[in-house]
Design a protein around this ligand. Structure first.
Ligand code: SF4
Ligand code: SF4
Length: 436
């Protein structure tokens, strides 16, 4: 990297310093509590992964340019150095060893939002060119081709055809005036296509009208992961334009943690205005439809399950109760892991870590935290409501040779709904078979 790119990065970091950042930078009491909250520290024991250390790039810029002593020191050539080597070293801390899970933020006794600072620091890293290859590729494909895995429209059309054949329920595409517009994560379109069948069954019974836009069906927002407001804005705008063109009442955020964060919490600030529609997460909507008596169930899941809270929908998004309320309707045997709920541990692959091949070994190592949680309750199945978590957990379970099925919450709801067409759930058949 050149001195010019380093200066571009420093300037981008300068742009991130607002009143809240300034207060964070002057508040740390060096208590170390954030270290115990971060799986990258607890599972490696390496002090370099202490979350507080991840504040350092923005701290240096704040100290040099926003404090009197720092400005004087800089004038005398004694300011904190920000060099290419420094940014190189911190690139690993900012991207490979932070899933933006939010646990350190919760733990900090003086209220420093370390997670938000890491997110802001990524803006400087992008501007200076210190970004992992995997994320650059995903971001380029998302901007040019529609999604992080490229143009998935042909795959989506195949998923829709398959859903219609399996359920006999037509999927309305580009339907103006539908109540809801569904967006999917690329992981769902490619890895968990049954989700569209689940939507069809649930919404048919609940009397909900919905559609998928062929112009904007991708919920994944790589801009948030890589730390580029420009890319994040472009991807949010695509969804906003499609939803407003179709005049839907709300967009349904998919089972994907950061897709929900991007559209619901960051989106209006990114595009500089409120939307003409609401944003609702699929789990929230299903919970509401159940409470309104619009979804009925037959029987309950009998085997022992546990629920993995996706960080972005739960801790960062506030959706703690809806998945549990849904599971109470469809499961007889939910056991909670230690630290479940607000303090649940990350799968290890959020915040772009899963798309960063360089971080694979570290990601697998920190999964030991989830493994210990699972060992504590020994479930027959694990349920979650984020396709990225599901994928990361499945890969890690494979790595550690653990035979534990991972289920998607929305699919589970569809499986237990009371409809004439739906067969008795396979899992219950198996349980009954074992009992005989
Ligand atoms: S957000 Fe999560 S992964 Fe990142 S530093 Fe904080 S605790 Fe660690
Ligand atoms: S928990 Fe907060 S105050 Fe304590 S070391 Fe970490 S950032 Fe500093």
């Amino acid at each position: 990297m050149t001195a010019v790119s380093v200066e571009r990065g420093v300037e981008a970091l300068r742009q991130q310093v607002d009143a809240s950042v300034a207060s964070y930078m002057s508040s740390c009491i060096h208590c170390g509590l954030c270290a115990q909250a971060c799986l990258f520290y607890t599972e490696t024991g390496d002090p370099k992964y202490t979350p507080q250390r991840k504040l350092e790039p923005l701290y240096r810029v704040w100290k040099n340019d926003f404090t009197l002593l720092g400005r004087l020191a800089s004038m005398a050539g004694l300011g904190c150095k920000i060099t290419d080597e420094f940014l190189d070293e911190w690139e690993e801390l900012i991207y490979d060893s932070c899933t933006l899970c939010g646990r350190c933020t919760m733990a900090c006794p003086v209220g420093i939002d370390i997670t938000a600072v890491v997110r802001k620091t990524r803006e400087g890293m992008v501007a200076s060119g210190h970004v992992p290859e995997g994320l650059i590729g995903a971001a380029t494909r998302a901007v040019e081709g529609g999604g992080p895995m490229g143009d998935l429209l042909p795959a989506l059309k195949a998923v829709i055809r398959r859903s219609e054949a399996a359920t006999g329920i037509p999927v309305e595409v580009d339907k103006e005036g539908a109540e809801y517009m569904v967006i999917l994560s690329a992981q769902e379109t490619v890895g968990f296509p049954e989700i569209v069948e689940a939507y069809s069954k649930i919404f048919k019974q609940a009397g909900v009208t919905w559609t998928i836009s062929t112009k904007a069906f991708e919920g994944t927002n790589v801009g948030i992961q890589i730390g580029s407001r420009d890319i994040a804005r472009t991807l949010v705008q695509r969804v906003v334009d499609a939803a407003e063109e179709l005049k839907v009442k709300a967009v349904i955020a998919p089972e994907c943690g950061h897709a929900y964060t991007a559209l619901r919490w960051e989106g209006p600030n990114l595009i500089g205005r409120t939307y003409e529609f609401d944003v609702v997460h699929i789990t929230e909507l299903v919970d509401q439809l159940i409470k309104e008596g619009r979804i009925k169930f037959k029987g309950k899941h009998k085997s022992k399950i546990t629920y993995h809270d996706p960080c972005q929908t739960n801790r960062r998004g506030g959706m703690l109760n809806p998945p549990r309320a849904i599971l109470a309707e469809i499961s007889e045997n939910l056991v909670e892991m230690e630290d479940a709920g607000l303090w649940n541990w990350c799968c290890g692959g959020g915040g772009g870590v899963g798309a960063n091949e360089r971080a694979d070994e570290l990601k697998t190592k920190v999964f030991m935290r989830k493994k210990r949680q699972l060992d504590g309750v020994k479930p027959d199945e694990l349920v979650t409501s984020c396709a990225n978590c599901r994928n990361i957990i499945e890969e890690a379970l494979d790595h550690y040779e653990i035979d534990l099925p991972v289920l998607g919450l929305t699919e589970m709801v569809a499986e237990y709904m009371e409809t004439d067409e739906i067969e008795e759930p396979a899992a219950d058949k198996a349980v009954k078979g074992e009992d005989q």
